[in-house]
Design a binder for this molecule. Sequence first.
Ligand SMILES: *[C@@H]1O[C@H](CO)[C@@H](O)[C@H](O)[C@H]1NC(C)=O
Ligand SMILES: *[C@@H]1O[C@H](CO)[C@@H](O)[C@H](O)[C@H]1NC(C)=O
Ligand SMILES: *[C@@H]1O[C@H](CO)[C@@H](O)[C@H](O)[C@H]1NC(C)=O
Ligand SMILES: *[C@@H]1O[C@H](CO)[C@@H](O)[C@H](O)[C@H]1NC(C)=O
Ligand SMILES: *[C@@H]1O[C@H](CO)[C@@H](O)[C@H](O)[C@H]1NC(C)=O
Ligand SMILES: *[C@@H]1O[C@H](CO)[C@@H](O)[C@H](O)[C@H]1NC(C)=O
Ligand SMILES: *[C@@H]1O[C@H](CO)[C@@H](O)[C@H](O)[C@H]1NC(C)=O
Length: 786
Amino acid sequence: MAEKLSHIKLLVLLVLSISVSYTEQFQSSQTQTLLRIQHLLNYPPFLKSWNNVTDFCNMEPNSTLTIVCYEGSITQLHIIGDEGAPRLPNNFSIDSFVTTLVMLPSLTVLRLVSLGLWGSLPSKLTRLSSLEILNLTSNFFHGTIPPEISSLTRLQTLILDRNNFTGGLANSLDSLSALAVLSVKNNSLYGSLSDSLGNLENLRVLALSNNKFSGEVPDLSSLANLQILDLENNALGPRFPAVGNKIERIVLRKNEFTFGIPQEVQSYNQLEHLDISSNGFVGPFPASLLSLPSIAYVNIADNKFTGMLFEDLPCNPDLDFVNFSSNLLTGKLPSCLRPGSRNRVVLYAGNCLVSGDNNQHLISFCKNEALAVGIIPHHEKRKVISKIALALSVTGGIIVAIIVVGIVILVVRNFIAQRAGHEPPSRFVEENASTSYTSKVLRDARYITRATKLGALGLPAYRTFSLEELEEATNNFDTSTFIGEGTHDQMYRGQLKDGSFVTIICLKMKRYHGIQHFMPHIEIMSKLRHHHLISSLGHCFEYYLDDSSISRVFLVFEYVPNGTLRSWISEKQIKRKLTWAQRIAAVIGVAKGIQFLHTGIVPGLFSNNLKITDILLDQNLAAKICSYNLPSLGEYMGKEHLQSFLSGSNDLKSARVNHQDKFDIYDFGVMLLEIISGKPLNSRNKVEVLKDQLLSSIIADDKLRESVVDPVINRSGSDESLKTMIKICCSCLNNDPVDRPSIEDVLWNLQFASQVQDASRGDFQSSDGSPISPMQSSHLKLTIKQ
Ligand SMILES: *[C@@H]1O[C@H](CO)[C@@H](O)[C@H](O)[C@H]1NC(C)=O
Ligand SMILES: *[C@@H]1O[C@H](CO)[C@@H](O)[C@H](O)[C@H]1NC(C)=O
Ligand SMILES: *[C@@H]1O[C@H](CO)[C@@H](O)[C@H](O)[C@H]1NC(C)=O
Ligand SMILES: *[C@@H]1O[C@H](CO)[C@@H](O)[C@H](O)[C@H]1NC(C)=O
Ligand SMILES: *[C@@H]1O[C@H](CO)[C@@H](O)[C@H](O)[C@H]1NC(C)=O
Ligand SMILES: *[C@@H]1O[C@H](CO)[C@@H](O)[C@H](O)[C@H]1NC(C)=O
Ligand SMILES: *[C@@H]1O[C@H](CO)[C@@H](O)[C@H](O)[C@H]1NC(C)=O
């Protein structure tokens, strides 16, 4: 028994002695590590006192040096050098430094500030897997932030300010679920912000200022704890960021935000500091901001905010700083902001306010500038003759549903219109206007594919129109220019100063809708530009100056003068029928238009319910689709949809999976059928019958074919190309969408048909024998060979 006991004692002793020596060893290794750090940092003065007998765990913490131990292990290391400390000499190695640091595996807090550290941050730093706070402010790190940093799952604070990190923020930040502070100010980071930022549920501070980030700010509204959003001095925009209503500080200064302040801002009850100066914001300034319950700082300087201020506007008594300078505000400074009422700073130079000082512009300046974005006081409603031609509807102030643009009606469009594309906008205000936001939209590569750019060649740039300009173009919306009307809209024909004709659609709004409600829609409109579409040319907003709402939206489209495709093929009283070659050229144009609707914009527009009467011909007989299926703004305003719209995730692939793209193929087949048969087809039954006849005519003799096919073709078309066309037509009309060809297949076959036709005879005679002018034929050829 005694023997046994002594055995146990021995064992305990052994264990004790092992653990003691272990701790000693451990501590001495920590000491060595710190001394090595001292060496690697080139013995800075504030570490001079360190030596092999320093008791690191029991040092008095001070502002330059703090070491915290827990059970003998170092858990916190703070070394703060002198501000502006120079870069360490060339023999410094960040790799050796980090290799040394990771010998302190219990570190939870690491703060190495202003130490002159340089190099690219080695990813092995992530071996410090207990890290909760990492602060590397004011060093000389360069290269990318290692994406491995997202494996530090305990990280709560990541501060990399004032270095020279480049590249983007990792996409995998979501795994940092504990992150509360993310600050990368004053670096050279660039690229768009990852949506994964929106998943950092615990984030309180997001500070990205003084970098080169660009593009939209991802939706941050699910970050319920976000208090500080600092995006100053990047290239972000144009949409105001969506944040939760615990936000206290929003700094968007010096970016490319333009789309106005959203309604939600009115619910930011904890917002103290709002700095959105030096952006391109347009639209009315919501004066209710001044009376938010916590607001103390408002800076909207250097934008294009419009609207009228009133003397009796309320403000929060705690408001200390207001800078309205360099906007387009009119009216009177609210008396609660007058100097003297409190020790506050109020700046408002460079507006059109009524005030004693001479730092204000004349009211006409603000009016003219405002016109550049279509802001105008009340306008009386004008009488119009009713004559429905267009089905545009507006519900609840929001443009809704399918926009069918420009059915029919179109007179001669001048040649000057074509030249207009190469001329800069003629007036100063217009130029100004178009740079304000739409050009940003167009510049943004995400919105414009190569196809769009190529297809839109020759069209004048999308721009903002001033109301004045539209009034001039329509002789004050004179009834003689009226061409049609829907429930909430009217359509006019106008002639711009450059001589070109346009179609102007005027949508009357119910009140209480700000610019931001319309911008997503406008964005879509601005992308609908292609040689084979009736393209959008621009828009104009009309505001009420006395409240923050839009009264009318004007959409400006091309005006195409030459009648519908049917009117050139199968209408009763027809002046001149298209030859076979011209017909092929026209349908190639239509197919290109469809291809653009499917693939040239994101998300694509499918199921456009196309009819031959929706195809207009311009003066060069180029076909343009004038009716397409535009999803409603209401739909787009749903967050999910908007998201997928902006990210382009609702794409062609999914449409192809459920054969949405094949509905347009069928409709296209019906058009081909009418072009081949020369007979107006208005019922599905008729289509089926003709299709069957055509099908059998391919195998049968020429006699049967001649009876089905338009006689014009029998005179002007080659047999080979006709056969090809009949085959495409019938396969487009397959009852099972799966069996219908893709639009690319269709295009290929059409182009083949056109080539064999060209080869067989250069037929540039119209059917009535009158030669078409050389210019027109060369254009036609061009279209075919594109
Ligand atoms: C770097 O070079 C300096 C002298 O130029 C020397 O004093 C220092 O010890 C070197 N540091 C390292 C880490 O080798
Ligand atoms: C902080 O403490 C370290 C060592 O204890 C010492 O070398 C340093 O000079 C101190 N710094 C200040 C600012 O007191
Ligand atoms: C500490 O350093 C001194 C000289 O730098 C040396 O003489 C001494 O042996 C060292 N002590 C230990 C315990 O390493
Ligand atoms: C990070 O370091 C900087 C510079 O010393 C300091 O201003 C900041 O408060 C630190 N942040 C945290 C969370 O430690
Ligand atoms: C930061 O890095 C970029 C690219 O590497 C370089 O052009 C720039 O000069 C660096 N800036 C500083 C302050 O070191
Ligand atoms: C951060 O960058 C901005 C702009 O480049 C500069 O004005 C500012 O002084 C920098 N801040 C610090 C603390 O270096
Ligand atoms: C207010 O805004 C104007 C215009 O941007 C600017 O020049 C001025 O410095 C600003 N004043 C303050 C105190 O920020």
